[in-house]
Design a protein around this ligand. Structure first.
Ligand code: EPZ
Length: 421
């Protein structure tokens, strides 16, 4: 297993290229199942999760070829070979459940393993099931698999989501494109990844309005065609690297960054004393003064503060001036980075979904362990600020969502290297 070693104390200066969004690409790829025509994605990120999704789609009969080092993914699902998403793949990556809607729409049936829990929470699929049932699907749980049937095909309908679930919105949006009649999704998720998926589906011939708002309307069509779509910039990778100068001082320019992708996160950066300037090429970021200021953070669905940036923000607040309060309202167990940061000298008190961080002058390098994707990168950022050497183990978590971290941070002055144990 690989580990990453970081030596703290170097200022960061230079440009960091931001890749295409993992969480957009993982929803865009299953869209190939909706059409017999080719779907090509450009600006795709080079990540292990993308390779996992490729394996799943190939097992269902899609032809997938990646070009330009993985930045272009050409897919074509002329014929389906299977409608079963196997536990072995789904347990590795929850986003595998995004084949459920497309399979139901295309083949009127699907067998998708429940993903099982993951480090950050139970991750049930009840909202997905309610949403697809509203389109006429019959779904039952048998031996750990969702067995779904749409006799005579899906029919449009009113789909009130009791929570603005990102995955449920994506599953029912894709399903509705081929349902008979109109669909209205209420309390839909508003994340940029939803907007990106809707744009891609529209390019394939879908009739969709309202993406990015809480109400999305879809008029079903008989078939979808071919499309080429550029994956939207990854707002979570963007936010992660925008925080880096707050750990080290200096200034970085995140290439491809756009303010509209990061909603409330940007307001919190300003409150913490981090300057953000829009440039031709992206967003330039630097710390005002020599230490960030404490801020309170509550995670919410977009455009609120993203849960996927909570761990990185907590790491930054460990050396801020003052006391910060963080509330994690999206997942039930997403503070596992806290005890690792405490090993580096942070002062963090976790009570259920609340964490109180009292800023300390300096963190100390230590051996720490990554527990989930976003926690792993927060430990690397903490290592940039810490005295001495930090070794982050189990970085396979990191490779799921961040391409070439050591290259990107190393290129702007971080002392960082990957070692294979
Ligand atoms: C997506 O997960 C992202 N993953 C997550 O990113 C992200 O944290 C999450 O949205 C919230 O923004 C992908 O896009 C591949 P949800 P998803 O359905 O769709 C509960 C990362 O680090 N819920 O909005 O699974 C659920 O348990 C990952 O890149 C139900 O109760 O998120 C959670 O507590 C982590 N029943 C909350 O809703 C359901 O049927 C939000 O889940 C579905 C969800």
């Amino acid at each position: 297993m690989d580990s990453i070693i970081v030596r703290g104390g170097s200022e960061l200066r230079g440009q960091i290229p931001i890749a295409g969004a993992k969480n957009a690409c993982l929803a865009l790829m299953p869209a190939t199942l909706l059409s017999e025509e080719p779907l090509t994605l450009t600006n795709a990120p080079r990540l292990s999760d993308i390779r996992t999704m490729t394996q799943l789609l190939e097992s269902l009969g899609a032809e997938v070829s990646s070009m330009q080092g993985g930045k272009v993914i050409a897919m074509s699902t002329h014929d389906l070979a299977s409608t079963r998403a196997d536990y072995e793949i789904v347990r590795k990556m929850r986003a595998s459940n995004l084949v459920l809607g497309p399979l139901l729409a295309r083949a009127h049936e699907a067998e998708v393993s429940l993903p099982g829990g993951c480090a950050i929470g139970a991750r049930p699929m009840d909202i997905h099931i309610e949403a697809l049932t509203a389109l006429g699907a019959e779904i039952e749980l048998k031996d750990g698999y969702l067995h779904a049937l749409a006799r005579g095909g899906l029919r449009g309908g009113r789909v009130p989501l009791r929570f603005a679930s990102v995955g449920a919105t994506e599953n029912v949006l894709m399903a509705a494109t081929l349902a008979r009649g109109g669909t209205v999704i209420e309390n839909a998720a508003r994340e940029p990844e939803i907007v990106d998926l809707a744009r891609c589906l529209r390019a394939m011939g879908a009739q969709i309005e309202g993406e990015g708002t809480s109400t999305i309307e879809v008029q079903g069509v008989d078939r979808l065609g071919a499309a080429t779509h550029r994956v939207v910039t990854d707002r979570i990778e963007l936010g992660t690297y925008m925080l880096a100068p707050a750990f080290t001082g200096g200034e970085v320019e995140c290439l491809g960054g756009k303010l509209e992708l990061i909603g409330a996160f940007c307001e919190k950066l300003d409150a913490a004393g981090i300057d953000v300037t829009e440039t031709e090429a992206g967003l330039k970021v630097r710390l005002r003064g020599d230490r960030p200021r404490a801020v309170d953070v509550t995670t919410e669905p977009f455009p609120g503060f993203p849960t996927d940036l909570q761990a990185q923000m907590m790491a930054m607040l460990c050396t801020a001036q003052g006391t910060s309060r963080l509330e994690e309202k999206i997942f039930e167990n997403r503070f596992m980075h806290a005890p690792e940061l405490v090993r580096m000298g942070a002062r963090i008190d976790v009570q259920g979904g609340h964490a109180t961080v009292t800023g300390v002058d300096k963190l100390k390098g230590a051996r720490v362990m990554a527990t989930d994707l976003r926690a792993s990168v927060s430990l690397i950022l903490a290592g940039l600020a810490a005295e001495g050497e930090t070794m982050v183990s189990r970085v396979y978590h990191l490779d799921r969502g961040y391409e070439h971290v050591e290259e990107k941070l190393g290129a702007v002055g971080a002392k960082i290297e990957r070692v294979t144990e």
